[in-house]
Design a protein around this ligand. Structure first.
Ligand SMILES: Nc1ncnc2c1ncn2[C@@H]1O[C@H](COP(=O)(O)OP(=O)(O)O)[C@@H](O)[C@H]1O
Ligand SMILES: [Mg+2]
Length: 264
């Protein structure tokens, strides 16, 4: 926290509640308050159905809160507030990989050549520099997911919202992509809200892990990880890593059980 920029609040949620009307009203989120600092990486972990995706949709402005407020600090006019990475990459099948990544900048009226250059630079960063002219169906699942990440990065948004971005991948691909995401973090220090089911992924990547309770989703605990930003793959083998992962699972176990049985 010696870096003063790290203390600037980028996202502030104040008493955010979200209910869905229907035959039976569902309270997806109940009174969530949270501040996320500039360049901070917050992982969000919780049982299925506890409102994690809803939380990201509220921050993205795709849905409105029933009560409470979501504020995002904008650093320059016109900069998109959020960019989203989904579990399913959701690429446009009829566009080349380059045009998929250039889509955000083009939407903001960045000239075609410049948008293509932005796309190529992001594809390069993700090790996909050779694949700009390919189409999504020609790529593996892991590659498509990297294109999805490149596309979000190309939007140069204030906050990167990632909803189980590696959730559909096999364990080995996931481990490699975790390392790539860590490198991206180290290079450009984006502000990130990152949903994952994998506790080890949260501990490996984040500054803080926010644990959510079974429905209605509340913040049940926030765990500060004090690993340095220049951590590397060797972190996974340390005792502290194992202990923190175990502690988080101990917190979460009851919530997952409650979500599975519907009892609480
Ligand atoms: N559009 C919607 N209409 C009605 N209920 C919804 C809607 N979106 C989400 N929900 C409900 O809100 C709760 C939280 O969902 P979600 O945010 O997707 O959870 P998570 O991502 O943690 O699995 C669930 O019970 C879900 O069924
Ligand atoms: Mg979800």
């Amino acid at each position: 926290m010696s870096d003063p920029k790290a203390t600037d609040v980028k996202v502030r949620l104040t008493g955010v509640t979200k209910t869905f009307a229907g035959a039976e009203e569902v309270t997806a989120l109940d009174d969530i308050s949270l501040e996320i600092g500039e360049s901070e990486f917050v992982a969000i972990v919780g049982p299925s159905g506890c409102g994690k995706s809803t939380l990201l949709r509220l921050v993205a402005g795709l849905q409105d809160a029933t009560a409470g407020e979501v504020e995002i600090q904008q650093s320059k006019p016109g900069r998109p507030k959020t960019a989203m990475v989904f579990q399913e990459h959701a690429l446009f099948p009829w566009l080349s990989v380059r045009d998929n990544v250039a889509f955000g900048p083009r939407n903001r009226d960045v000239p075609k050549k410049e948008a293509a250059d932005i796309a190529d630079a992001q594809l390069d960063r993700l090790g996909l520099g050779r694949f700009g002219d390919f189409y999504p169906h020609q790529l593996s699942g892991g590659m498509k997911q990297r294109v999805g990440i490149a596309r979000a990065l190309a939007q140069d948004a204030e906050i990167l919202l990632m909803d189980e971005p590696l959730g559909a991948l096999d364990a080995q691909t996931r481990t490699l992509l975790q390392e790539q995401i860590l490198e991206l973090r180290q290079e450009s220090r984006p502000t990130v809200m990152y949903i994952t089911h994998a506790i080890d992924e949260a501990v490996f990547l984040a500054d803080r892990v926010m644990l959510m309770s079974a429905r209605p989703g509340r913040i049940s605990d926030i765990i500060e990880l004090d690993f340095p930003i220049d951590r590397g793959p060797e972190l996974r083998g340390t005792e502290k890593f194992a202990k923190l992962s175990q502690d988080i699972w101990n917190h979460l176990r009851d919530e997952v059980q409650a979500a599975m049985t519907g009892e609480k």
